[in-house]
Design a protein around this ligand. Structure first.
Ligand SMILES: [Zn+2]
Length: 435
């Protein structure tokens, strides 16, 4: 069992920077709001904080709220991110303590005020990933307005935050970065052609392609966070932009698979991150029909972007519709009351059944059982299958037990623990009524 502090520590290791010590102890979001700020409004789970002295103009405050609402609504459209925002942690497991706090947005009247806040909280926080983990995002006015580039950066950070609440931070980095960049440049109020950052990104991509220095796009899928640089971010954007426009079903499927892993995740953050990377890569390469075809589709999309960075004609790529990965584990079992003996019903049930394993690599599988009345009274858990090393498609029989039961017991809960070879540990539960 690990606490949410471990999650913060992991995020730090990934970001490669250090948070001020106090952020590891208390509620980080709370501590980052300057004292002379007040909450102006709440937009869904977004808290808008503004300075009290001098107060922002009424019209500007209203415009900010309208813009935040629009950004939030736009994010919600992607994979139902908003609806899923509070899901993690509800089912127990590794991420049950992932914070579901609101997100604080701090509006600074000018760059000097922002710089002074940055100095107070520590400059490492300004790296957008760490800012995202602390659930606080700054927005800075310039001459009384928020410039386009600041909105782009804001949308990017907010997308990271929503995404980390939906799909655990162990998700593949290409998906995380690509999606955040897509969300930022696809905001209806942003005209990407007017953004220097967008045009710079296109220029970099084009110059790498024409000088034949670009790395193969397939390499992205296996990159660890430490090796994820600017080129990888740029490539991720092209890849996600392509998928969002031309094969959203494939992207949905990958996100669905990440969610399924996240829901069952039980132990080993690194192992689970590895499983998420390899699962996403398998699905994506299958959709494209291999690395070479993926590279060709990516190159073509880059050409389309280069020729028409604004309108974005469709490419001719055709992707396979993939079928969702099978669940890692299933269980088939029966509990049958033992027969009457000399007119007296015996207080136990006979257990038969088996566990089916269908994961990507071989795994160590253990299964436990508890019985109860379905109203909160449970027996102790006991093993009904142990130390089965199963290859994909393998089965393990449950011990043929006579399970002791109390009067009124009518529900059995099986927990299958799967430790994937070179991967994370997952728990799957199955509830079975019996009479
Ligand atoms: Zn990012």
């Amino acid at each position: 069992m690990r606490s949410s502090l471990t999650l913060v520590a992991l995020a730090l290791a990934v970001g490669g920077a250090l948070l001020p010590q106090r952020l590891l102890a208390g509620d980080p979001a709370e501590s980052l709001v300057p004292v002379d700020y007040q909450r102006q409004q709440t937009v869904g789970r977004l808290n808008l904080f503004v300075p009290t002295k001098p107060a922002l103009e009424y019209k500007l405050r209203n415009d900010l709220v309208a813009r935040l609402t629009s950004i939030r609504d736009n994010l919600f459209k992607h994979h139902g991110l908003g609806n899923d925002c509070s899901r993690i942690g509800q089912t127990g497991g590794l991420y049950r303590q992932t914070s579901r706090d609101s997100i604080d947005i701090l509006v600074f009247p000018d760059k000097a005020a922002l710089a002074s806040w940055e100095a107070t909280v520590g400059s490492a926080l300004i790296d957008h990933h760490l800012t995202a983990y602390s659930r606080t995002i700054p927005l800075c006015l310039e001459d009384g307005n928020i410039p386009n580039e600041a909105w782009v950066k804001f949308c990017h950070e907010l997308a990271h935050l929503y995404y980390s609440l939906t799909v655990f931070p162990g998700q593949p980095r290409w998906l995380n970065e690509g999606f955040a960049l897509f969300a930022a440049y696809n905001d209806p109020h942003i005209h990407p052609m007017d953004c220097a950052s967008y045009m710079d990104m296109l220029k970099r991509l084009k110059s790498r392609a024409s000088s034949h220095e670009a790395k193969p796009v397939g390499d992205l899928l296996e990159l660890s966070d430490a090796d994820f640089g600017e080129e990888a971010c740029d490539q991720s954007w092209v890849l996600v932009d392509f998928l969002m426009r031309e094969a959203p079903a494939v992207l949905d499927e990958i996100v669905g698979a990440m969610r399924a892993l996240d829901m069952a995740a039980w132990d080993d953050y690194e192992g689970i991150a590895h499983d998420m990377r390899t699962t996403a890569a398998t699905l994506l390469l299958h959709a494209f029909g291999g690395r070479a075809k993926m590279q060709a589709a990516w190159d073509e999309h880059l050409d389309v972007l280069d020729a028409d960075p604004d309108k974005r004609a469709k490419s001719r790529a055709h992707l396979n519709t993939t079928s969702a990965l099978p669940p890692l584990c299933g269980i088939k079992a029966q509990l049958i009351r033992n027969k009457l003996l000399n007119g007296t019903r015996l207080p136990d049930c006979h257990l038969t059944g088996e566990v089916e394993y269908d994961g990507p690599r071989s795994a160590l599988v253990n299964t436990s059982l508890k019985v109860g009345d379905g109203r909160g009274r449970w027996s102790q858990e006991f093993w009904v299958q142990q130390d089965g090393t199963l290859a994909s498609g393998g089965h393990a029989k449950l011990h043929e037990y006579d399970v002791p039961t109390d009067p009124g017991d009518c529900v059995a809960v099986f927990t299958v623990e799967v430790k994937l070879q070179d991967g994370g540990t997952y728990h799957f539960e199955k509830t079975l009524p019996f009479r």
